[in-house]
Ligand binder design. Structure first.
Ligand SMILES: Cc1cc2nc3c(=O)[nH]c(=O)nc-3n(C[C@H](O)[C@H](O)[C@H](O)COP(=O)(O)O)c2cc1C
Length: 386
């Protein structure tokens, strides 16, 4: 299996029914954001360090206290049984074997408990993604089950009050009712499971309580003021995301949105107990800032780290790897991306993720503050996005 996402995508296209491929690949509206997400990482310039000992590069990170071998995690995506008969069980196994964090979607086509068992057996870590559904009791039921099944955090998707219009809507033919409802059970009214349009910041507290105190990360944040509001309502972090260009077309590409959110997050003091002890970044950096959208190579991962993300998530490439190779395909994609990251970290003069030097762009010119030459992370003041 190759970590070349474009090649995997071409192979998956041949294997999948056309409507399933279009559903996975597509974005909302004219797909401006979908395209820009990929390009934006390549418009950022890096400022490598020289003469650092990079004879061993370590890609390990802590994510809410859990030790992961790689900062490349799996973003939550729906309906994996359309890609592979083992569905989310294969994705979860592949991620855990690569030492990568897995975020299980609310729209999983495998039972939450079975996914939890697969990750536990491989010694991995998973988070559960939450759509607040119109019937909040349905949401609460899934959240309690995820907590019982070993989820280490909840990921509240905040960018989907209604579903963006895409060139291919959810291909219902490709999913049996049994798979679609595997976690919800028979429903008299399918509308009860649709996303609630009235979810607000107050739901962060409700979810924390419902999940028995699990940390809540808010996904879909693109603005510093929203990141601060999430923190003020008790979130442990945010994922800078535009849902892979599937929601508001024209939303800022994530590489552009990230620096301002990182800068805002530095001002956040995380209340004691919100983030488990042992979290890599102490003090102001205890508030998690993660990113997804258009990340396709180890170089893109390095760029995200240089812009101040603590870790990244990949969406579509995992679906292509799952289609082509099941659990092994997912594992090979993630270990391949991690190997690429280790290589470019060495070229950037970083022996560890904490030593990745801050990016010199998108603002022009070199980083304002000279970073200390030896140990310590090199994230200088974040640049403002243009
Ligand atoms: C087919 C598909 C299904 C998705 N389903 C979900 C979902 O159920 N919940 C969610 O929060 N995000 C969902 N997303 C968004 C991803 O979590 C992530 O934000 C996005 O895929 C990242 O962009 P990338 O695909 O360019 O890596 C989905 C994305 C795709 C492509």
């Amino acid at each position: 299996m190759t970590p070349d996402a474009a090649k995997l995508q071409r192979r998956a296209r041949h294997l999948l029914p056309a409507d399933v491929y279009d559903y996975y690949a597509g974005g909302a509206g004219r797909e401006r954001t979908l395209r820009a997400n990929v390009k934006a990482w390549r418009q950022v310039w890096l400022a490598p360090r020289v003469l650092r000992d990079v004879s061993a590069t370590d890609t390990a990170v802590r994510m809410l206290g859990a030790a992961m071998a790689t900062p490349v995690g799996v973003a939550p995506t729906a309906f994996h049984r359309m890609a592979h008969p083992d569905g989310e069980l294969a994705t979860a196994a592949g991620a855990a074997r690569a030492g990568a964090l897995y975020v299980l979607s609310t729209r999983s086509t495998r039972r939450i408990e079975d996914v939890g068992a697969v990750v536990a057996a491989a010694g991995g870590t998973w988070w559960f993604q939450v759509y607040v559904m119109r019937d909040r009791e349905l949401t609460a039921g899934l959240v309690r089950r995820a907590a019982m099944a070993g989820a280490a955090a909840l990921v509240l998707t905040g960018d989907t009050p209604v579903v963006g219009h895409k060139r291919s809507e959810q291909p219902r033919r490709a999913i049996s009712d049994e798979d679609f409802l595997v976690n919800l059970g028979p429903l008299a009214d399918l509308g009860a499971a649709a996303q609630a349009a009235d979810a607000t910041f107050a739901d962060i507290g409700w979810l924390t309580e419902t999940g028995g105190g699990l940390p809540v990360i808010v996904k879909g944040v693109l603005r510093p003021d929203d990141a601060l509001a999430c923190a003020a309502h008790g979130a442990a972090g945010v994922i800078v995301s535009n849902h892979g260009g599937r929601q508001l077309d024209g939303a800022t590409p994530t590489a552009r949105a990230l620096p301002a959110v990182v800068a805002a997050a530095r001002a956040v003091t995380v209340p004691a107990g919100t983030v488990p002890a042992g979290t890599a970044r102490a003090g102001a950096e205890g508030f998690g800032v993660y990113v997804d959208g258009g990340i396709r190579t180890g170089q893109d991962v390095l760029t995200a780290l240089a812009l101040g993300a603590q870790a990244v998530f990949v969406g579509r490439p995992v679906l292509w790897a799952l289609t082509c190779g099941g659990a092994d395909g997912v594992r090979e994609l993630l270990t391949g991306l991690t190997a690429e990251l280790a290589h470019v970290m060495a070229l950037a003069g970083a022996a560890s993720v904490a030593e990745v030097p801050a990016s010199a762009s998108p603002a022009a010119g070199p980083p304002a503050a000279a970073a200390p030459p030896a140990a310590g992370h090199g994230h200088g003041p974040a640049s403002e996005p243009r």
